[in-house]
Design a protein around this ligand. Structure first.
Ligand SMILES: NC(=O)CCC(=O)C(=O)O
Length: 272
């Protein structure tokens, strides 16, 4: 089974959700020229990502039933494609999360992932509550999991997804300059160590004190780069061939060679 992904490495108008909705709509139309099965948007694509956004996050937070999900669900149904929604500030009761949704081609919500690791170096933890669930979803795209930007530095999350059966991990990001070597190296490592596809969408452009390099990536379970963007606003496409996952896992049987009974439990709870 194979399918096409399209990562929209969008330039985000800083703190202008309505303008970003309009612009993303144009880019989705452009992405559809490639006839993808799934479209991926970047992290915090309604506002941009900065300390200043975080300090006034309640202005931008929306419910799951709010305008951003309405447009995303309408695009999914209109074009008949899956969406990895990119993230936006999702309010639920007293909490606000940095949330990404998986939307099916009828516009239904299949699942959501609330960013677990918040980037305290930029005060992200002041705005958002940490997510604590690590779901995977069996879909016609294979079994999928999701990560958001800083999450790629934490092997525990991708490994949990892999052990739960993930064949494809989608990543939505606002990963800034000058860290393109971290981005590519970490993502290739996550693909190789978990023997799964990684589809990672990063924004381009600037917000407050940061600039963003794009370089959205599709990486196969052998760690080979199937597609990579440059630093311009663009749609990056690649083919996912799920039989590659089974082939690589058969060639090097890491999952059956794991020794979980020997891995110390306390390492999971250890904090420095
Ligand atoms: N949006 C983010 O999570 C930023 C993460 C980041 O910059 C990093 O170096 O990691």
């Amino acid at each position: 089974m194979s399918f096409k992904v399209a990562a929209i490495q969008m330039d985000i108008a800083y703190k202008e959700p309505e303008r970003n909705h309009r612009h993303a709509g144009e880019l989705v139309e452009k992405a559809m020229q490639h006839k993808p099965n799934v479209i991926v948007l970047p992290e915090t694509w309604t506002t941009g990502y900065s300390e200043s956004v975080f300090h006034e996050i309640t202005r931008y937070a929306e419910m799951e039933s709010g305008p951003t999900m309405s447009v995303l669900r309408s695009w999914a149904a209109k074009y008949g494609v899956w969406f990895v929604s990119g993230s936006f500030p999702e309010v639920d009761g007293a909490n606000i999360y940095n949330t990404v949704f998986l939307i099916d081609p009828e516009g239904n919500i299949t699942g959501k992932y609330r960013k677990m690791h918040l980037y305290s170096a930029m005060d992200e933890h002041i705005a958002f509550t940490n997510g604590h669930e690590m779901p995977v979803w069996p879909t016609e795209l294979g079994t999928v999991g999701m990560m958001t930007c800083y999450d790629i530095r934490f092997v525990e999350l991708s490994r949990t997804y892999a052990v739960r059966g993930a064949e494809v991990i989608f990543v939505v990001s606002n990963f800034p300059n000058p860290k393109v070597n971290h981005w590519r190296t970490l993502l290739q490592a996550r693909a190789i160590e978990n023997q799964c596809y990684i589809v990672a969408c990063n924004r381009v452009g600037a917000a407050e004190n940061s600039t963003y390099f794009g370089h959205s990536l599709v990486i196969d379970p052998w760690g080979e780069i199937v597609a990579e963007g440059d630093d311009s606003e663009n749609v990056v496409t690649g083919i996912i061939d799920l039989s590659r996952v089974a082939d690589v896992r058969k060639k090097i049987p890491m999952y059956s060679d794991r020794q979980p009974q020997s891995y110390p439990r306390d390492i999971l709870l250890y904090r420095r």
